[in-house]
Design a protein around this ligand. Structure first.
Ligand SMILES: Nc1nc2c(ncn2[C@@H]2O[C@H](COP(=O)(O)OP(=O)(O)OP(=O)(O)O)[C@@H](O)[C@H]2O)c(=O)[nH]1
Ligand SMILES: [Mg+2]
Ligand SMILES: [Zn+2]
Length: 303
């Protein structure tokens, strides 16, 4: 595996890395990620060997899709994340938003949700967009509507990206690379029609790559994410990273309230009163169940 390391004069050195690397004691499928700062030594052949990864300001990590007990590092040292979603083509998978936010909340990485392919939206789809926009903007995540093909919203997105390091993430086929092409004309990233939107289709972008914005800042294109699973998380990580649920939990009767069946639960009250979105709460319960289920089998795997 070769990593492209950019040096001060902006030239690129191909580097390898030797040894095993861990993150908080957990095994990683990839020792370095886009956005990492590294120290390396030059070899005689003009290639380098990475000797050290500098401390990370933050990182975005998930369970490896191939190896359950490994983590996959998506990117490090980012200023913000931009989650690209679609309502049509591929059809909306709303649960993906809250799963994605579980990767960015632990480090408080500001996240914007961008609905692409606005040109395909019909009346009902626009209502769905407004519904989700209200929910997420209410809890502090900006929500945009853009069309990479027709140019709607691209200037606003470009301004939003200026002078920042932005991770662009989302499922395959939502138009991440097409959007980067629209924001940065001339870089001409490969994009493709994906015949099979169920997720079995080929990913067009196969590795994460960082691009310079002309006025300053960087943008990171990443391969499409099929599913997001979190066997490395515990129920308390879910509780802490649904931000409005965490804020409300201060007023629950029990300090270790799981916000499911406990009496005098401020979160359940919030859902009833409408200050906490029912959709978010349903997703929260689902993720709590998932994590507990996983951990159950984890604890009993030797049986
Ligand atoms: N109608 C419409 N189609 C779009 C838009 N943006 C992208 N597409 C199309 O969606 C398809 C997938 O676009 P890509 O940019 O390759 O998607 P991606 O998210 O980078 O996919 P991966 O690299 O596999 O993760 C292409 O056929 C694009 O032309 C848009 O705003 N409107
Ligand atoms: Mg792509
Ligand atoms: Zn509670």
């Amino acid at each position: 595996m070769w990593y492209h390391v950019e040096i001060e004069d902006h030239s690129i050195i191909s580097c390898r890395i030797i040894g095993k690397f861990r993150l908080n004691g957990q095994k990683l499928t990839n020792p370095v990620a886009v956005g990492d700062e590294v120290e390396f030594e030059m070899e005689q052949d003009g290639k380098g060997i990475i000797k050290k990864i500098l401390p990370r300001k933050n990182y975005v990590v998930r369970q490896s899709p191939r190896k359950k007990h490994y983590l996959h590092l998506l990117a490090s040292n980012v200023d913000q994340a931009i989650l690209i979603m679609t309502i049509r083509n591929p059809n909306l998978k709303q649960g993906f938003i809250d799963r994605f936010l579980l990767m960015t909340e632990p480090y408080n990485i500001p996240t914007t949700i961008v609905f692409n392919k606005a040109d395909l939206l019909e009346e009902d789809d626009l209502l769905m967009f407004e519904y989700l926009k209200d929910i997420y903007e209410d809890i502090g995540y900006p929500v945009f509507k853009v069309s990479a093909i027709e140019g709607e919203g691209i200037e606003k997105l470009r301004e939003h990206l200026a002078n920042k390091i932005s991770l662009i993430g989302g499922q395959s086929g939502v138009g991440k690379s097409t959007l980067i092409n629209a924001v940065l004309p001339g870089i001409d990233l490969r994009t493709d029609d994906i015949s099979d939107y169920t997720g079995k289709g080929q990913h067009t972008t196969t590795f994460a790559e960082m691009f310079q914005l002309p006025g300053g800042g960087q943008i990171i294109d990443t391969p499409g994410i099929k599913t997001l699973a979190f066997s490395h998380l515990e129920p308390k990580d879910i509780t802490h990273n649904f931000r409005e649920i965490f804020v409300a939990s201060e007023h629950c009767k029990f300090s270790n309230c799981s916000h499911r069946n406990e009496p005098k639960c401020a979160v359940k009250e919030g859902v009833e009163e409408g200050t906490i979105s029912e959709l978010r709460y349903a997703n929260y319960l689902q993720l709590m169940d998932d994590t507990e289920g996983q951990n159950y089998w984890e604890r009993h795997k030797d049986m």
